[in-house]
Design a protein around this ligand. Sequence first.
Ligand SMILES: NC(=O)CC[C@H](N)C(=O)O
Length: 220
Amino acid sequence: MKSAVIVFPGSNCDRDAARALTRITGTPAKMVWHKDTDLPEGTDLVVLPGGFSYGDYLRSGAMAAKSPVVKAVIAHAERGGLVLGICNGFQVLTETRLLPGALARNAGLKFSCKEVPLAITNVNTAFTRAYRETRETEIPIAHGDGRFIADADTLDRIEGEGQVIFRYLANPNGSDRDIAGVMNARGNVMGMMPHPERASDPVLGRTGGTAVFQSLLEAA
Ligand SMILES: NC(=O)CC[C@H](N)C(=O)O
């Protein structure tokens, strides 16, 4: 599987994501600067990493969503290509409207950095199929703007269509309906606030996120 990690000014989890992808998929991930207008030839998976793109000015992810490379990411998604947004990457995906809802300031108004238990509420997806046997995991969060919000009709729709794929078992930020990760209707674009790359290698002391990358490898 060929993967590309987008680097925005202020990304700080880009190398962690690339390292996890390279180790788990066996193919070196390519780093792509946000000013590029094309993705590397044959890219199967695009990862929008965590961090503080443009210093979180305006709204987290809002300015990055206007970066030149995002047009190529949208075209990739429209062709059915896989896209994963992690934390700030999830914020960027809601700002581009590739994903529904928005990420607002945490209910407690504080940055929250800790390991959180999660339920995998749909294991029949390109992003979660490797969680089939377990259906629960623990992955760390690190965000100030992680409260997923949407209007009631949207929440009903995405729950009804199986687009809510990660849910907090102990809601850390006030997210509507405990939502931690959602995918689009077509099932090829997913965003999650927890950081699977920070729990993807025994050397990190945590492996609860590894199955996200294994799932993508299986899917591709
Ligand atoms: N770890 C991250 O990606 C942080 C996301 C974002 N800048 C926030 O604080 O909400």
